[in-house]
Design a protein around this ligand. Structure first.
Ligand code: PMV
Length: 337
């Protein structure tokens, strides 16, 4: 049986209010970067993945969302202090998501959202956006849903959003249920002081093909894709082991290999999908030269040309000397997550 998003939402909210209980609410959710990627869906409507994935949250980098109930015939959306047209792609997606929660006695909201990360930087802003939104809705409607249930709701907005409800490392278990009730984020309660991520952003252009379309094309046309689930299984195990043992080289090499393998499946799709640019390749070569010179640094890459570097605090200086434009982030600040 195939379920619709609305059916899943009704199931989750069956004991909860369908009307706002407060006039306003606000929430923050972090950006998450996958170390083992989500690439391929078993259910396109519900954003159910074919495999598990594992991410790390960026503390203090994410989306802040403020909701205000308004007496108006439509929602108002303000992004980084600018009122945007409700016909834009961003607004259409957001309004369609809110529509799933509206009943006959309807309501409209002013949604103010600000992002700590550069806009259109290929930094999964939709993941932090949808998770901040469901957290703010929970407050506004005074639901008492668990983070697991909120993770399922966020997944209906954007798959990787289900990993943005927690700080630190998060596993998204693929699940097997057709309603997706077992497909959500799970916090991995392990901290890793000194672990850092550097963002290398090459340009601000929008991507040529959305991750949604790119993953679907890969699943349906790439011969290499059949090797991806086995690779993910191995990579998840290695990452969990690396996190438990705080084995940086195992973490970094697994993440880099996983990202390159995901891009290889895309390159073998038809028509081919290549997010990598000449700047990406130059930076990759620099990472490999640094490694050859004994500096432990690795990269991961999502559906865009930008790279995210992984390294330890003791090498931060040498790495920023080599990449002066790097935005570097302590992943576990003051031993907190
Ligand atoms: O959640 P989506 O549809 O934005 O897809 C995310 C895809 C990747 O960023 C490439 C991988 C991931 O796991 O975040």
């Amino acid at each position: 049986m195939n379920f619709t998003k609305r059916q899943i939402i009704q199931q989750i909210l069956s004991q909860q209010s369908d009307q706002p209980r407060l006039d306003q609410a606000q929430a923050f959710a972090p950006v998450n970067i996958a170390l083992c990627k989500y690439w391929g869906k078993r259910d396109i409507e519900l954003n159910l993945p074919l495999t598990a994935s594992l991410s790390i949250a960026l503390p203090n980098y994410g989306t802040h969302t403020q909701l205000q109930v308004i007496d108006a015939p439509a929602d108002r959306i303000i992004v980084n202090d600018h009122l945007i047209d409700n016909e834009t792609e961003f607004a259409t997606k957001l309004i369609a998501f809110l529509d799933l929660f509206r009943t006959e006695k309807t309501w409209h909201l002013e949604i103010q959202t600000t992002s700590d990360v550069p806009i259109a930087a290929g930094l999964a802003s939709s993941a932090s956006g949808f998770s901040a939104l469901v957290l703010a809705l929970q407050q506004l409607f005074q639901w008492n849903l668990s983070l697991t249930e909120l993770s399922i709701l966020a997944r209906l907005g954007s798959g990787s959003a289900c990993r943005s409800l927690w700080p630190g490392f998060v596993l998204w278990q693929a699940g097997i249920a057709t309603d997706g009730m077992d497909s959500h984020g799970i916090a991995i309660e392990k901290k890793w002081p000194g672990l850092m991520m550097g963002l290398l952003i090459f340009h601000q252009e929008a991507k040529s093909i959305s991750s949604r379309d790119a993953m679907q094309r890969t699943v349906t046309t790439s011969q290499l894709y059949c090797s991806w689930p086995a690779q993910v299984e191995q990579d998840i195990q290695q990452l969990q082991q690396a996190i438990t043992l705080q084995d940086f080289n195992l973490l970094g090499s697994t993440a880099e290999h996983n990202a390159l393998s995901m891009h290889a499946t895309m390159m073998s799709a038809w028509p081919p999908i290549i997010y990598t640019s000449s700047s990406t390749l130059t930076a990759m070569q620099k990472v490999w030269s640094l490694r050859a010179a004994g500096i432990p640094v690795y990269f991961t890459q999502d559906a865009g040309p930008h790279l995210k570097l992984l390294f330890m605090r003791e090498h931060a200086n040498i790495i920023t000397n080599n990449f002066p434009e790097l935005i570097h982030i302590e992943l576990f600040q003051n031993n907190q997550s």
